[in-house]
Design a protein around this ligand. Structure first.
Ligand code: BMA
Length: 341
């Protein structure tokens, strides 16, 4: 009998899973033993796939993948899988159109998220809009992908949509940033009545004195609705003499007022330590973009980009991760306020 509940999400009995191995000393998260699940050069003209988002779809799985082309420019590719481990990808990048059905491709697109809200699937990514910004599209059939308005002016990255309206409006986490390797950054939340006009911006949480998240933080997977609040896996970044290091962190946001952080784990949940996380195009990166979770068992699979080169999967359970976040929670005044000044 589980202690906590996943709310509003379906059972996914065929989600990937491995039982917890012996000997875990830190957070209760364990990597899939066959990681990385996507190797280099997965598609003609694509050198690496990483930082990608997947979800259950029609009894199988679908995903939007950051494909770094062989000219170095990232775009989004559609992938399908029977087991959420072995993926096949479309040869061509997703052909976005505008609201009139005309081709409307971004100049580049990276770090996609994929979130269903009320039967519509939204893709959210980082792109150029006269500076680094957020792009969005919607689909109902994974055949036609219609771009909708960009939610923000530059500079902003790491946008993550909530899987339902909260208090009657769509909610979007994002991180104001610059176009480069931004040396600062907090998570904010904005709301919209229609996915066009975004406002009522509130601060959710900031970079913290804990060293692993002292430079910047950014949204990761779409928040999971639970009986304790919104469970958020995010990334936290530290600076070293050898560059930035990206780890995965965890927090629980208030269910009705998600700008308020109820619990925030002072320890990282996952930090680069396997070869595919420490070695690659950009070493030392674990960058979460999605979860697959099963409401019946509370099993959670976290999908994360590894070293800007691969996709990895790590497992946990709702009860274990919520207890770990609560037991190791440190929330500061900035986190617990409504976030309006
Ligand atoms: C960030 C983003 C991510 C990337 C990370 C590490 O700024 O560009 O896509 O994984 O840097 O290189």
């Amino acid at each position: 009998m589980s202690k906590y509940k996943i709310i509003g999400a379906p059972a996914v009995p065929n989600m990937p899973w491995q039982d917890q191995p012996e000997g875990i000393t830190g957070a209760p998260i364990w990597r899939y033993t066959e990681n990385p699940i996507i190797d280099r050069n997965p598609v003609e003209g694509v050198a690496r796939i990483f930082n990608s988002a997947v979800m259950p779809y029609e009894g199988k799985f679908i995903g939007v993948f950051r494909g770094e082309q062989t000219d170095g420019i990232p775009f989004i590719y559609l992938g399908r899988s029977d087991d959420a481990i072995h993926w096949t990808f479309d040869k061509n990048k997703i052909p976005f159109v505008d609201e009139d059905g005309n081709e409307f491709m971004p100049r580049y697109a990276y770090d996609p998220r994929l979130v269903e809200v009320e039967g519509v699937y939204y893709l959210i990514w980082c792109q150029d809009a006269y500076g680094a910004s957020i792009g969005m599209a919607k689909t109902t059939d994974f055949k036609t992908f219609t771009r909708i308005e960009n939610p923000f002016i530059p500079f902003n990255r790491n946008a993550v949509l909530f899987p339902r309206k909260v208090n009657g409006t769509y909610k979007l986490l994002s991180r104001p940033s610059d176009s480069g390797h931004t040396p600062f950054g907090d998570i904010f939340i904005s709301e919209s009545p229609d996915m066009v006009y975004w406002g009522k911006h509130r601060h959710v949480m900031g970079r913290n004195p804990e060293w692993w998240q002292s430079v910047k933080i950014g949204g990761g997977a779409a928040p999971i609705e639970t009986s304790e609040g919104w469970l958020l896996f995010y990334h936290g970044v530290t600076g070293t003499c050898n560059g930035l290091v990206y780890s995965i962190g965890g927090a629980i946001l208030d269910i009705d007022e998600p700008s308020i952080v109820k619990y925030r784990c002072k320890n990282f949940l996952l930090t680069p330590e396997k070869w595919y996380e420490e070695r690659g195009f950009v070493p030392n990166v674990c960058f979460p973009c999605a979860t697959i979770h099963d409401a019946d068992t509370g099993r959670i699979a976290i999908y994360y980009g590894a070293a800007d080169s691969y996709v990895g999967v790590a497992f946990t359970t709702l009860d274990q991760i919520i207890d770990y976040i609560k037991d190791n929670s440190v929330v500061r005044e900035e986190d617990t306020e409504i976030g309006k000044r």
